[in-house]
Write a protein that binds this ligand. Sequence first.
Ligand SMILES: Cc1cc2nc3c(=O)[nH]c(=O)nc-3n(C[C@H](O)[C@H](O)[C@H](O)COP(=O)(O)OP(=O)(O)OC[C@H]3O[C@@H](n4cnc5c(N)ncnc54)[C@H](O)[C@@H]3O)c2cc1C
Length: 270
Amino acid sequence: MIVSNPYQPVKAEVLEIITETPQIKTFILRPETSLPYLSGQFMQVTIPGVGECPFTPSSDPKKTETIEFTVMKAGQATSRMHELKPGEAVGLRGPFGRPYPLEKYHGKDVYIIGGGVGIAPLRALLLALFHELDHLNKIELRLGARSPRDLPYKEEMIGWRKKANLVLTVDRGADDWPGEVGVVTEIMKPGDVDFETAVAIVCGPPIMMKFATKKLLELGICEKNLYLSMEKNMTCGIGKCFHCNLGKHLCCKDGPVFTWSEIKDIPDPW
Ligand SMILES: Cc1cc2nc3c(=O)[nH]c(=O)nc-3n(C[C@H](O)[C@H](O)[C@H](O)COP(=O)(O)OP(=O)(O)OC[C@H]3O[C@@H](n4cnc5c(N)ncnc54)[C@H](O)[C@@H]3O)c2cc1C
């Protein structure tokens, strides 16, 4: 019997690189073998000569020939990744983890809260939800970034507004900024959705996740309807190395998507 090696990456060619912001780029990759994934799942990306990092694809999961990752420059590996040129290759392992359970969102208002590069995984979710609009009540998006120039997908958002209600905020505005100024919790308001029955999905930096969760609970969201993308130190991706434990859970296998009811008893899960 041939057992495939879960640590063996699939080679993927860099087709195109889009500069989203001074710190964020989207990489359009063509893997040698198709790697179907669902929104919320992540992959381990090998940057040759540097190492592996976990990233959540940001592209429409229905597109199978290419996979996109939107990556913020953080340290050594992501800085090297930002130097990649079209024609070069990376390695991909995965997909891993538990995706967003889209079927559970049917018949409900969907409230999506994102911050910074956390908007990347939410883009894959949003593009997946756009295929299911007939099954949803409505989509409300509340997205934040440090400044207008730190906001990814600005052009693409024009199209999003035809299918979802989008409110943007930045910590520091600019003269030509038409959106709100303030942290993302300030644009989360009673009446945005039917909080008693809605599902809410949050992805962003830990501090934003913490305060968005608090605000959502105050607004009346049910704990089991609040979905959080938890980012821990994923290494193996397959539940072997125990680097990513979150209470009794392994973030790579049991997550990265958790409901608040599953993790609320863990002291400081952020
Ligand atoms: C499931 C998952 C999905 C992710 N998806 C994305 C994505 O779509 N786009 C994106 O830009 N980033 C994403 N990240 C974060 C990304 O993996 C890290 O930014 C990256 O590994 C940093 O590598 P580095 O060598 O450049 O930086 P390092 O030198 O390793 O670290 C630089 C900084 O980044 C922080 N960092 C390192 N690893 C992580 C991590 N696993 N999570 C959060 N912060 C980290 C460190 O604390 C440090 O402050 C994701 C992380 C996880 C766990």
